[in-house]
Design a protein around this ligand. Sequence first.
Ligand code: MG
Length: 390
Amino acid sequence: MNSIKKQLAILGSTGSIGTQTLDIVRTHPDRFGVYALCARTSVEKLIAQAREFRPVVVCIADESLYAPLREALQDLSIDVRAGDDAIAEMVTAAPIDVVVAAMVGYAGLRPMMAALQAGKSIALANKETLVVAGELIRRLATEHGADILPVDSEHSAIFQSLVGEEGNEIEKILLTCSGGPFRTWPIDRIARATAEDALRHPNWHMGDKITIDSASYMNKGFEVIEAKWLFGVDVERIQVLVHPQSIIHSAVQFRDGAIKAQLGAPDMRLPILYALTYPERIATDLPRADLFRVRDLTFEEPDTTRFPCLALAYQAAARGGNVPCIMNAANEVANLAFRQGKIPFLRMAEIIEETMARATFIPNPTYEDYVASDAEARHIAGTICKFVNL
Ligand code: MG
């Protein structure tokens, strides 16, 4: 097994998870090969990555960037493609062993479905796809015998805690949360927070969209729904614990009362690597958590008055159907509007709540229903934000 290189297709290769995945490939060239790289708009970074890793295929989602990409790589024998259709087709190529799904937001849904239908293993960082269409994704994975291996640090911790526990019922999932940059801020200060304040995350270095979601706890709400679909546990049995040290990455409580957790330094490369090598653990020089230096591991209940997005996610999961899809679309609009300085921080939760109340409810959505719900919710949220055509 050690002599066979796993061939990766990395979607979102220029983002935070994508570049850290390539760090791992660089460190373990005997283990992993890069078959395909894909980015949405970061064409310069994609060109540099293609020149370094020499994939078979490179794809840019934004079709207007096809010409400069092709020109820059014309001296290499790399198949250059563009557009969403090309991405969905690319992930089904026979030599690909694992699709690293690290693109941001709803855009990940279609390629994820195509990869599952082709029976590919997915290393999943794009939690929005499970939030939007968890039931559909689960069904496709089962039908096509495709594995979904979590990259999200919390879900990786839960997954690691469940190794060897097949058949043992989960009583409760303990989902930890750093608390983000506003954990100790009073609500009137949060109301005045800027995008710059929100982008100063205390423990994790991530992309801009997810860092804002972390500050608002929308990210934690998404993770509750992600855990529901990954591990088949109702959200009433998923408890969020604010744990500011980010050393315990999450835990599982079993029916005998035992709790198993996974601990480590907050470094995304560990969960990425585990998703790529599972069930094997390979030697690394990644940072170690020094528990003598950490000393205290503390826990608080999340405050849904200051961080209402977490409560909205529980509501969306309880209502089911297309409501999580509506919530996600409204959040993508609100998150961007906040980053652009167009709305204040707490307005994001209001926009999401109002969109969830106004958009058409569909109890058993098909893929086409999700596409329509996403568009309707974006329109409603955009109108509330006072700008349309997002
Ligand atoms: Mg996480």
